[in-house]
Design a protein around this ligand. Structure first.
Ligand code: F2R
Ligand code: MG
Ligand code: MG
Length: 363
């Protein structure tokens, strides 16, 4: 067991820190989604970065009143994963598939992509007979490598924080209901490991980015799905990207470097073009970034992720989950959080997830 975790399970003080990390993680994921959503698909210019700075300043001003920023599919699916873990002591994937489908048909206008909607329709029409079959049929049988598996995985990292093998098995199965391409699955695994590693890191000690990335790569190597043909060097994609993250972190932040990040890591809807980018945002935001004026590293993570443009809701959501898991709820500005739809409910879910977790003996 990780020494910090061992300590954490031993006294009330550390148990309260773990609870704060559960709450911070899900709240961080929600904030990234809600605040990133208005910019999804945008190309962000230097001028837009100033607009985004003002947007955050305004949202943090307690006198500023505005309608809720609405959450999207990222949070809708994350809610289902959390409920699946809270409600059933043993994983029931048919129950989870039904939760995804019910959530979608109740609120279809949450920004879901066309293809995943086809999976939901097939699941419903086949009465959930084989919960993995519709996903396997996507993209002429190659399965999806979208980031929809990774964007919702954080509750699995939390719930199984001291049951590593269960975490890995459940993360794979939760993903395969909609994403069966190995890049989609491995992307979700990488995000799951990143949240887990951040959760087990002491927020009073600074993160060593090199160690953070090499540990992720080593752990991923052990658990990832492998493509036997390895066409286009598919098996190396995430490992190469984690090396690139480390290299880019050694450079001074600038607008030119942001261009390099987009070229080398990406900011798209594909898992391999967004999960490593979210990890990069979290690590980069451990230190000051020019043009992002805040002392708070949680806000810096989310704001920076949004300034990269592209799949802003999802990259900010994944980076926010990692940052929240590391820092805990206290590091998140409550005025900022209150602008997000579902902010109270997500904290209640985190609390229920924590309680459900604590009632299960450590194996
Ligand atoms: N879908 C969006 N945003 C754009 C649409 C917004 C909406 N129309 C609106 O305005 O309301 N955002 C959300 O989708 C992303 C997660 O996507 P997910 O769940 O992974 O979907 P999908 O369809 O499985 O994959 C996404 C795209 O990736 C490409 N792709 C995936 N696998 C492929 C393969 N094997 N071959 C070729 N292409 C593949 C496709 O272009 C898919 O459409 C998040 O950003 C979330 O916020
Ligand atoms: Mg979305
Ligand atoms: Mg998105």
């Amino acid at each position: 067991m990780h020494p910090f975790l061992k300590k954490a399970t031993m006294s009330t003080l550390e148990s309260s820190l773990m609870k704060s990390k559960f709450r911070g993680c899900l709240l961080g994921s929600l904030i990234g989604d809600c605040l990133g959503a208005p910019f999804e698909g945008d190309v962000v210019t230097a001028g837009d970065k100033i607009v985004i700075q003002r947007y955050f300043d305004k949202l943090q001003d307690s006198t500023f009143k505005a309608p809720f920023k609405q959450y999207t599919d990222d949070t809708a699916m994350c809610k289902s994963v959390a409920k699946f873990l809270i409600d059933k002591p043993e994983p029931d994937y048919k129950f989870l598939a039904k939760l995804f489908v019910t959530e979608y048909f109740n609120e279809p206008k949450r920004g879901y992509g066309e293809n995943v909607i086809e999976v939901f329709r097939k699941l419903k029409n086949t009465k959930f007979e084989d919960v993995y079959k519709p996903a396997r049929e996507q993209f002429f049988g190659s399965g999806s490598y979208g980031n929809g598996g990774a964007m919702r995985i954080a509750p699995v990292s939390l719930y199984f924080y001291n049951q590593y093998h269960s975490m890995v098995e459940v993360a794979k199965n939760v993903t395969k209901i909609t994403h069966s391409n190995i890049l989609g699955i491995n992307g979700a695994l990488l995000q799951c490991l990143a949240v887990h590693q951040a959760l087990l890191s002491d927020p009073e000690n600074s993160i060593d980015p090199k160690k953070f990335c090499t540990e992720l790569s080593t752990k991923l190597k052990d658990i990832e799905e492998v493509d036997e043909d390895n066409l286009d060097n598919i098996n190396n994609i995430y490992h190469d990207k984690l090396k690139t993250v480390q290299k880019l972190l050694q450079k001074e932040p600038s607008d030119d470097l942001d261009e390099e990040i987009l070229e080398n890591l990406g900011n798209g809807i594909r898992a391999h073009e967004s999960v490593p980018t979210a990890i990069y945002c979290f690590l980069r935001a451990q230190n000051e970034i020019p043009g992002i004026e805040t002392e708070n590293s949680f806000r810096r993570t989310i704001q920076y992720a949004i300034t990269l443009g592209g799949d802003t809701d999802t990259i900010a959501c994944m980076a926010g989950a990692i940052a929240g898991a590391y820092l805990g709820e206290d590091a998140i500005n409550s005025v900022l959080a209150k602008h997000c739809e579902f902010n109270k409910e997500i904290l209640e879910m985190a609390e229920n997830l924590f309680t459900a977790r604590e009632s299960i003996p450590i194996k």
